[in-house]
Design a binder for this molecule. Structure first.
Ligand code: FES
Length: 117
């Protein structure tokens, strides 16, 4: 089965830019973990229970890709994320799509593991 690849630009927690290839349909947390993006922890293993996979999209991408359409479960957890923005998402809830080709995804400087405390 042929899978399309897209190019994604990550800016990790140190501000370092990394360009990677990802396959359409892949889970964005898996993609970030495979690429060792610093600051994307995914401590709960992608079960929407930790908020350590928090990433920030650019405004124009957020709207264009329909990323503002967020499930209740994710919203609850997102609220606990460190440095929440209007274009924040938990990437374990996101699948790579064709339209993501060339986008920039920013990793916040810190994470908050909502399972702690
Ligand atoms: Fe824990 Fe996404 S990996 S919420």
């Amino acid at each position: 089965l042929f899978k399309d690849e897209v190019t994604l630009h990550f800016v990790d927690r140190n501000g370092t830019k990394l360009t990677i290839e990802a396959e359409v349909g892949d889970n964005l947390l898996d993609v970030a973990k495979d690429a060792d993006i610093d600051g994307v922890e995914g401590a709960c293993g992608g079960t929407l229970a930790c908020s350590t996979c928090h990433c920030i999209f650019q405004e124009e991408d957020f709207e264009r890709l329909g990323l503002e359409d967020i499930d209740e479960d994710e919203l609850d957890m997102l609220d606990l994320a460190f440095g929440l923005t209007d274009t924040s998402r938990l990437v374990c809830a996101i699948e790579v799509t064709e339209g993501m080709d060339g986008i920039e995804i920013k990793v916040p400087i810190a994470t908050n593991d909502a399972r702690g405390a």
